[in-house]
Design a protein around this ligand. Structure first.
Ligand code: FE2
Ligand code: FE2
Length: 392
C-alpha cells in the first residue's frame, strides 16, 4: 500500500537513490534513471533546490549500505548515453560522435547499459533506443471463461510472497473454503510477490526471500491449489519491480511451472464470464488510498467509458476491503494476505487481511446480473512470523 507522496516519503525515496547512485548525482543524471520517486523539478520545488534536497535527505536518512541491490551503477558517459537514447533512437556512428568515444568504447557502453536491464536497450533497424516497457499503462487483456451457467469465484489480492509478513496460513484457509464451496475460478489482483526490495526504503529488511528466483520458486511450491480450478493473476507494482530492474516478469515465469496460475496481464485485465455475458475488470492501481476508502473506487468507476464499463470491478493494491455499487458496477476492494509491516506501522495504516467469495446469477436476458452474493472472509488476528511455518 503506497501513500500519496508526502515530503517525508519523497525524501526517504530520494535518499535511497543517493545510496544507489552517489551523493554527487546531478539533476540530469537523476532524470535519466529508470526508477525514481519524482521528477527532479518536484524534488527541487519541495526542498527549495537540488543541493538542499540532497542535504535534507541525508540529514533525515543517513547513508545505508545496499550490498545486494540489483541496480548496477553506470558511469557518467553511460548515463549520458542513456539520456540520449531515451530521447530518440540513434545510429551507432552518431552515438560515438556525440559521446566522443571510439566505436570499441561505445560498444562497451552499450553492453554496460544492456546489463543494467532496467533501461531496456533495443535495436530498431540501424538505430539504438531505450524504451520503457511499462510506459503504456495496463495491458487490459481480455480473457474469456466459457461454459458456465452462473459464476462463483474467489477474489484475493496482495499476497506478497517473500515478505516476512505474508499470511500464507490464512491464504491456504481461504482457498480451502473456496474449494469446499465449489468455486469455478480464482482471481488474484496482483502483488503476488513482494518484489525486488527497493519499493521503499528498508523493504529488503522486511523480506525473507530476496530476488525473483527465490520468490518465484516459493510461489511455485507454496501457492495454494484447487484441483481443476485456475487462479488468474495480474502484475501489481511489487511484481513489476522485477521488470523494471532485471526485465523479468515473475508471474509469466511462475505460470511455466504452475499452469493453474494463469498470468493474464499487467495492472489490468478483463475476464468475461458465462459465455461472454458478464464482464469483470480486475485492476491493480497506483498510489495511496484517499481519506474515504470508497473514494478511489468511485472515481475509477466514474472514469470508465460506457463501452469499457465492467459489471464486476475488482481492485487490488490498497490492502483494505470494501464493497460498493455505483453506476451499476459491483465493486470490491480485495484486502490482502500480508499483516502490518513496519513501513505501514510507521504510516499508521492497518491492512485488512481477507478475501471475497462472490456468487452471481444471470437474469433471463442472458447478460445482466440478477442476484449477487458476496461473502467476506476476514482474518482478524495476524499470525506472527507465519513465514517460518513454510520451509523453503
Ligand atoms: Fe500490495
Ligand atoms: Fe500494490
Amino acid at each position: 500500500m503506497e501513500n500519496s507522496m508526502s515530503k517525508e516519503v519523497l525524501l526517504e525515496q530520494f535518499a535511497n537513490i543517493l545510496d544507489l547512485y552517489g551523493d554527487d548525482i546531478t539533476r540530469r543524471e537523476y532524470d535519466s534513471l529508470p526508477q525514481k520517486p519524482a521528477h527532479s523539478r518536484t524534488v527541487e520545488r519541495t526542498c527549495n533546490g537540488w543541493e538542499s534536497a540532497k542535504r535534507r535527505a541525508r540529514e533525515q536518512f543517513p547513508k545505508t549500505e545496499h550490498e545486494d541491490v540489483e541496480v548496477p551503477i553506470l558511469d557518467k558517459v553511460s548515463m549520458k548515453a542513456v539520456r540520449l537514447l531515451k530521447k530518440q533512437p540513434m545510429i551507432f556512428e552518431d552515438l560515438c560522435n556525440v559521446l566522443e568515444v571510439l566505436p570499441k568504447e561505445c560498444r562497451k557502453i552499450l553492453n554496460q547499459i544492456q546489463e543494467t536491464h532496467g533501461h531496456h536497450l533495443t535495436q530498431i533497424g540501424e538505430a539504438w533506443a531505450i524504451v520503457d516497457p511499462l510506459a503504456s499503462g495496463p495491458t487490459d487483456n481480455i480473457v474469456d471463461i466459457t461454459g458456465l451457467k452462473k459464476g462463483r469465484f474467489g477474489f484475493i489480492t496482495d499476497t506478497h510472497f517473500g515478505s516476512k509478513f505474508q499470511q500464507l496460513t490464512y491464504l491456504n484457509d481461504f482457498y480451502e473454503r473456496c474449494y469446499k464451496l465449489g468455486v469455478d475460478y480464482m482471481l488474484n489482483a496482483g502483488d503476488v510477490s513482494d518484489g525486488n526490495g527497493s519499493l521503499y526504503r528498508g523493504q529488503r529488511f522486511e523480506m525473507f526471500l530476496h530476488g525473483y528466483k527465490e520468490q518465484r520458486d516459493f510461489i511455485v511450491d507454496q501457492y495454494p491449489k484447487i484441483p481443476g480450478v485456475s487462479t488468474y493473476t495480474i502484475l501489481g507494482n511489487h511484481d513489476e519491480s522485477f521488470i523494471r530492474t532485471i526485465d523479468i516478469n515473475i508471474l509469466e515465469e511462475v505460470q511455466q511451472k504452475r499452469p493453474d496460475l494463469e498470468y493474464i496481464g499487467r495492472r489490468g485485465a478483463y475476464i468475461n464470464l458465462v459465455d461472454k455475458a458478464v464482464k469483470t475488470y480486475m485492476q491493480h492501481p497506483d498510489g495511496g488510498l484517499a481519506y474515504a476508502i470508497s473514494y478511489k473506487a468511485q472515481k475509477f468507476i466514474e472514469g470508465f467509458a460506457s463501452e469499457h464499463k465492467p459489471q464486476i470491478f475488482l481492485i487490488g493494491h490498497y490492502h483494505m476491503t470494501g464493497q460498493f455499487f455505483i453506476r451499476n458496477v459491483h465493486a470490491y476492494l480485495g484486502g490482502c494476505f500480508q499483516s502490518q509491516t513496519p513501513y505501514l506501522r510507521a504510516k499508521g495504516l492497518m491492512p485488512q487481511v481477507g478475501g471475497w467469495i462472490v456468487e452471481f446469477d444471470i437474469a433471463s436476458d442472458g447478460w445482466s446480473i440478477e442476484e449477487i452474493n458476496s461473502k467476506l472472509i476476514p482474518y482478524y488476528k495476524p499470525i506472527k512470523d507465519d513465514y517460518k511455518n513454510y520451509p523453503r
